[in-house]
Ligand binder design. Structure first.
Ligand code: PMP
Length: 411
């Protein structure tokens, strides 16, 4: 369809790497358009997890026996791979269960001990609940207040409005890199520069960015960056928080237990160095080894190719969907990831998603964990089709044809 997006890559072969995509649903070929919710996994990731349990399973950082050494090397190897993928140092990368954990870690370890009455936190209207509720909990306990940066009609951040909010009382700015509902890509680098000039710490939710474009976190200029593994071809229960070393050094541990200590005495405990200080207990070892395989997989394709392919699918889907009568698309940002939120006149989002499922098309309907954004648009829910590089242009056509059919049924 789009020669530039194909870039010499055999996308049919890439797709064949994902065993689940070959299945049928309700007797129809599966069209999986819910990758913003969770991504599908290539065989190499599934095999890496399987191989760990079959051949290497042992706990990490404890046992001196061969299996213990293999497990530790594989786990730390995954941290190094992920660090390279994100262009950060491995010792600045805290491995955790996902973005939700990562943001809570910042909230409880960085913000809770620092914020006080009179301080303010700035968030944007397009945040996922994972980047709202932890700050509300911290605000309740510290007496800090929350201010909200609003959006333009196209679903982009009102950047000047945001800057106007960055007054001297603001200590922290939390913003998403890419909106999970609108697809809007925020100018994070520029915003972080402005925040930093004002001495404001920035926390970026990168859950929807890491799967879709090449990331250079070191160049973004933020203080904290959170990612989640299951949206980037990795297993569920994996993710990471990147933080500047000086923050990690100054932050107290979030959870206490094994692995995060150097010495424990009843008269006081000496904590391990970062990032281990924040990784209490047995981690999701197999999951991170799978995430390492996912990073290898994405790197082999090349994130620039992933982005170009998804942009071609987005352009195709936006055009085809816009031609269906009664479709209203939410979010028309100039820089947009491959996510389309929409509604069809006279049809409820859940009814549309349920009927599309019967056609084999998996999309998400609901509030997408973004109630304040739904309130902004004055709707309780939207439908959301989200695309990944393993989707095809034929699937885009199948989705839009199914939607037109379903719309007629509901009319
Ligand atoms: N932020 C955004 C923008 C998301 O899309 C998601 C996942 N829907 C999260 C945070 C939470 O990620 P997780 O559930 O993997 O912790």
């Amino acid at each position: 369809m789009n020669a530039a997006a194909d870039a010499g890559i055999d996308w049919a072969r890439v797709r064949a790497d994902f065993p689940l995509l070959a299945r049928e649903v309700h007797g129809k070929p599966l069209v999986y358009l819910d990758s913003a919710n969770t991504g599908q996994k290539p065989a190499s990731v599934i095999d890496a997890v399987d191989d760990f349990y079959r051949n290497h399973n042992a706990n990490v950082s404890r046992a001196v026996h061969a299996l213990g050494t293999e497990a530790t090397e594989a786990y730390e190897g995954a941290r190094r791979k992920l660090a390279r993928f994100l262009n950060v140092r491995p010792d600045e990368l805290v491995l955790c269960s996902g973005t939700t954990f990562a943001l809570n870690l910042v909230a409880y370890s960085w913000a809770l001990p620092r914020l006080q009455p009179g301080d303010a936190i700035v968030l944007t209207r397009m945040e996922h609940h994972a980047n709202i509720v932890p700050w509300q909990l911290v605000a309740q306990r510290t007496g800090a207040t929350i201010k909200v940066a609003e959006l333009t009609d196209s679903g982009e951040l009102d950047v000047d409005g945001l800057y106007a909010l960055l007054t001297p009382d603001v200590k922290l700015l939390g913003l998403t890199h890419v909106s999970n509902v609108l697809g809007t890509v925020n100018p994070v680098r520029e915003i972080c520069r402005e925040a930093r000039r004002r001495g404001i710490v920035t926390v970026v939710d990168g859950s929807q960015a890491a799967p879709h474009r090449a990331l250079d976190i070191a160049a973004l200029g933020c203080d904290f960056y959170a990612i989640t593994g299951h949206k980037m071809c990795g297993p569920t229960g994996t993710g990471a928080l990147w933080a500047r070393r000086e923050h990690l050094a100054a932050m107290p541990p979030f959870l206490g237990g094994g692995e995060m200590i150097k010495e424990v005495r009843f008269d006081g405990t000496v904590f391990n160095d970062a990032p281990h200080k924040f990784e209490a207990g047995t981690p999701n070892i197999a999951g991170f080894i799978g995430l390492g395989a996912a990073v290898d997989y994405l790197s082999a394709i090349g994130m620039d190719h992933v982005e170009a392919r998804e942009q071609a699918l987005l352009a195709h889907a936006t055009e085809a969907l816009s031609a269906v009568d009664g479709v209203r698309i939410f979010g028309r940002a100039a820089d947009k990831a491959a996510v389309i939120s929409f509604l069809v006149d006279g049809a409820h989002a859940h009814d549309l998603a349920t009927l599309l499922d019967l056609e084999g098309v998996a999309i998400r309907s609901g509030h997408h964990c973004a109630h304040p954004l739904m309130q902004h648009f004055g709707v309780p829910a939207t439908c959301r089709a989200s695309f990944a590089f393993y989707n095809t242009h034929d699937e885009v056509d199948a989705f839009v044809a199914a939607l037109a059919k379903v719309r007629r049924l509901l009319a």
